[in-house]
Design a protein around this ligand. Structure first.
Ligand code: ZN
Length: 173
């Protein structure tokens, strides 16, 4: 079924799309390009520095990132794969556009590479030990149905328990 790009919105936890393992994008089509463009718009509007397709209800292995907020630094990652994680781990406070008002200190490799397909269908590879590395890992987690509430330490889990329950209640209503 074709995607109505104008209807795409950021979905909130506990939307089922956030808990489904996303499927590879078979080809770069105009539809994929339109979805990516709309996702970048939604990311900037929010505002945020990254957005994964499951966060707009699509079970696709695709995410967008804009680490500086400047559209010239926007990038689209189709069928991304993380490679060569560094041995040094770093704690960093992460939030998520699908989990409003929830943050936690998430421990991840400080340095990592990502390989993905761009909107011209070309494979590219990037390496970072700064914010982009953090975004790539957070967004790739979304493609595997993993959320920050799964990765945060027990103290943060307790601190966010109420906000998580509120989101779950809103959904049930
Ligand atoms: Zn997120």
């Amino acid at each position: 079924m074709p995607v109505d790009v104008s209807k795409l919105r950021i979905v909130l936890y506990p939307h089922p799309a956030l808990r489904a393992k996303a499927k590879p994008v078979p080809a770069i089509t105009d539809e994929v390009r339109q979805v990516a463009a709309r996702m970048l718009e939604l990311m900037h509007e929010a505002p945020g520095v990254g957005l994964a397709a499951p966060q707009v209800g699509l079970s696709w292995r695709l995410f967008v990132a804009g680490p500086t907020g400047d559209p010239k630094d926007d990038r689209v990652f189709v069928n991304p794969v993380l490679l060569d994680p560094g041995r040094d781990l770093e704690d960093y406070e992460e939030g998520c556009l699908s989990l409003p008002d929830i943050t936690g200190e998430i421990r991840r490799p400080a340095k990592i590479s990502v390989e993905a397909t761009d909107l011209d269908g070309k494979r590219f590879r990037l390496t970072s030990d700064e914010l982009p590395a953090r975004i790539w890992q957070h967004e790739t987690d979304h493609l595997d149905a993993i959320l920050i509430i799964d990765r945060m330490p027990p103290m943060d889990r307790i601190a966010n328990q109420k906000a998580v329950r509120e989101l779950e209640k809103k959904k049930a209503r």
